[in-house]
Design a protein around this ligand. Structure first.
Ligand code: NDP
Length: 459
C-alpha cells in the first residue's frame, strides 16, 4: 500500500481511527443493519487516504461525516378511495451539505425505514461528490407502497407527504428526485403540491420533472445509460465490450429498463430481467418495447411478459436470476439482492463484469467473492451516478431558464461517466489499490467532501 509515501505507523493510526469511528457510529444507531453495512463497506477503504492526510483525523472529519446534519421523520395521513384513513411515516435525511444543497431521491416502498434512508443518504454524499457537480447528499421516502393504489390515492398520499416536507426543501436547501416507487407520476404530484403551497414556480426545487414543466431530456434514461457507459469503460480493461455480450439485468423499473436499452444499442443481448415476483429468461433477447408497455404503461408484472412472448419463460423466484449464464450482470433492483450464493452462480456461469445500477445491491461477502475470482466490479456510488448527474444538469437548465436537447444532455452524461471512471481508476492507483474501483470511488468521493468540510470549519 502506497509504498514509500506513508509509514507503517501512520497506516496503523488510520486503521485504529476508522475502527473507533465505525464502532461508535454503529453503537449510536442500534437496529439499523443496512446503515451499518454501508459504513462497514466504506470506512475501511478510506485507511490509505487517512494515513496520507492525518489532518482529517485531527479535525474529526469522519466522526462528523457519519453523523447526518439533520434527520427528519413525520406523519403522513391520507384517505383511500373507500374513505379509510391510513397513516404512513415520511423521512428525509439531510446528510451533508459541504458541496452544495442536499440532493437525493425519495423512495416509496413498504420496506422504507430509518436504516434504509440513512444508508442511502450516506452513499449519496460520495456519489454526488464523484459527479464533480455542486451538490450535497440527502435521501428521503416513506413506507407507503404505491403498488395496487389508484392514481387518486397516490395523489392524496403525495400531497400529504409534501404538505409536511415542503418546509424543509427548496432550490438552495434540499432538492429531491425520484427513486424506487417514485417515478414521473409521483414527482408530478409532489412538485404540484410544493408549487401550490409555496405560491411560486421554483423549478429547481425538484428534479425528474416532466419535460412539459421544467424537466430535462435524458433524466429518465440517465441512471441506466450512465451505468452502461461506466461499465463499457471498465470492460475495456479486459479488451471487452458490450458488443456480442450476454447481459442479465435484475429489476424492470427505471434503472433496469434504460440500462437494457443502452446495452442493446451497444450490441449486447439482454437475456433476463426481473421484478419482485420472479424473472423472465428470453434467449432471443428481451423485447424492450414489450417490457416498457407492461411496466411503464400498464404497471403490470414481469410474468405478463412470458405470457405474451413465446420465446420467454417465467421463473417465480427473482433471486435465481443470477443462475442465468452471462458475460455481464447488472443488479438494478434493490439493496442486498445479490448475495454470496448469487455471486457463486454468476461466477459458475462465466460472468466477467458486475455493474451496480441499484444502491448497495451486492452484499459485502459477494463483493469479496468477485474480487477473489477476478471479476470486474463497478460500485453503485460511481456506476449509478448518472441519474443524479443529469438531475444537477436539470437544475442548471432551470436556473438558466433554458432547455438543452436530448443529444446535448446525453453527450454531457457520457462525458461525466467517463470522467468518473477515470477519477476512480486513477485514485485507486494513487492510493495503492490499482484496479480496485470500489476503493477508488470511496476515496475519491471522500477526499472531495473532506476538503470542503475542513475549509468550512467545525460545523
Ligand atoms: P423502480 O421503482 O423504477 O424499479 C425498481 C425495480 O426493482 C422494480 O422492478 C421492482 O419490482 C424491483 N424491486 C424493488 N424492490 C425489490 C425487492 N425487494 N426484490 C426484488 N425486486 C425488487 O426503481 P428504480 O429503477 O428507480 O431504482 C432501482 C434501484 O436503483 C434502487 O436501488 C435505487 O435506489 C437505485 N437508483 C435509482 C436511481 C434513479 O435515477 N431512479 C439513481 C441511482 C440509483 P417490483 O415492481 O416487483 O417491486
Amino acid at each position: 500500500m502506497i509504498d514509500g509515501l506513508v509509514t507503517r505507523d501512520e497506516v496503523r493510526t488510520a486503521e485504529q481511527y476508522v475502527e473507533r469511528v465505525l464502532e461508535e457510529a454503529i453503537a449510536r444507531s442500534p437496529g439499523e443493519p443496512e446503515f451499518h453495512q454501508a459504513l462497514k463497506e466504506l470506512l475501511p477503504t478510506l485507511v490509505p487516504a487517512l494515513a496520507m492526510h492525518s489532518e482529517y483525523m485531527r479535525l474529526g472529519v469522519l466522526e462528523r461525516l457519519v453523523e447526518p446534519e439533520r434527520m427528519i421523520s413525520f406523519r403522513v395521513p391520507w384517505i383511500d378511495d373507500a374513505g379509510r384513513v391510513h397513516v404512513n411515516r415520511g423521512y428525509r435525511v439531510q446528510y451533508n451539505s459541504a458541496l452544495g444543497p442536499y440532493k437525493g431521491g425519495i423512495r416509496f416502498h413498504r420496506t422504507v425505514n430509518s436504516s434504509i434512508i440513512k444508508f442511502l443518504g450516506f452513499e449519496q454524499i460520495f456519489k454526488n461528490a464523484l459527479t464533480g457537480l455542486p451538490i450535497g447528499g440527502g435521501k428521503g421516502g416513506s413506507d407507503f407502497d404505491p403498488k395496487g393504489k389508484s392514481d387518486m390515492e397516490v395523489m392524496r398520499f403525495a400531497q400529504s407527504f409534501m404538505t409536511e416536507f415542503y418546509r424543509h426543501m427548496g432550490p438552495d436547501v434540499d432538492v429531491p428526485a425520484g427513486d424506487i416507487g417514485v417515478g414521473a407520476r409521483e414527482v408530478g404530484y409532489l412538485f404540484g403540491q410544493y408549487k401550490r403551497i409555496r405560491g411560486s414556480f421554483e423549478a429547481g426545487a425538484f428534479t425528474g420533472k416532466g419535460i412539459a414543466y421544467g424537466g430535462s431530456y435524458v433524466r429518465k434514461e440517465a441512471t441506466g445509460y450512465g451505468l452502461v457507459y461506466f461499465v463499457e469503460e471498465m470492460l475495456k480493461m479486459r479488451d471487452r465490450s458490450f458488443a456480442g455480450s450476454r447481459i442479465v439485468i435484475s429489476g424492470s423499473g427505471n434503472v433496469a429498463i434504460y440500462a437494457a436499452e443502452k446495452a442493446a444499442q451497444l450490441g449486447a443481448t439482454v437475456v433476463a430481467m426481473s421484478d419482485s415476483d420472479g424473472y423472465v429468461y428470453d434467449p432471443e433477447g428481451i423485447d424492450l418495447s414489450l417490457i416498457k408497455q407492461i411496466k411503464e404503461v400498464e404497471r403490470g408484472r414481469i410474468r405478463d411478459y412470458a405470457e405474451r412472448r413465446p420465446s420467454a419463460r417465467f421463473v417465480p423466484d427473482s433471486s435465481e436470476i443470477w443462475t442465468v449464464p452471462c458475460d455481464v450482470a447488472l443488479p438494478c433492483a434493490t439493496q442486498n439482492e445479490l448475495d454470496l450464493r448469487g455471486a457463486e452462480a454468476l461466477i459458475a456461469g462465466g460472468v466477467i463484469a458486475v455493474g451496480e445500477g441499484a444502491n448497495m445491491p451486492t452484499t459485502l461477502e459477494a463483493v469479496r467473492r468477485f474480487e477473489e475470482a477476478d471479476v470486474l466490479f463497478a460500485p453503485g456510488k460511481a456506476a449509478n451516478a448518472g441519474g443524479v448527474a443529469v438531475s444537477a444538469l436539470e437544475m442548471a437548465q432551470n436556473s438558466m431558464r433554458m432547455s438543452w436537447t436530448f443529444y446535448e444532455v446525453e453527450e454531457n452524461l457520457r462525458h461525466i461517466m467517463h470522467s468518473i471512471f477515470r477519477t476512480v481508476l486513477t485514485t485507486a492507483g494513487q492510493y495503492g489499490k490499482p484496479g480496485d474501483l470500489l476503493a477508488g470511488a470511496n476515496i475519491a468521493g471522500f477526499l472531495k467532501v473532506a476538503e470542503a468540510m475542513v475549509a468550512q470549519g467545525v460545523i
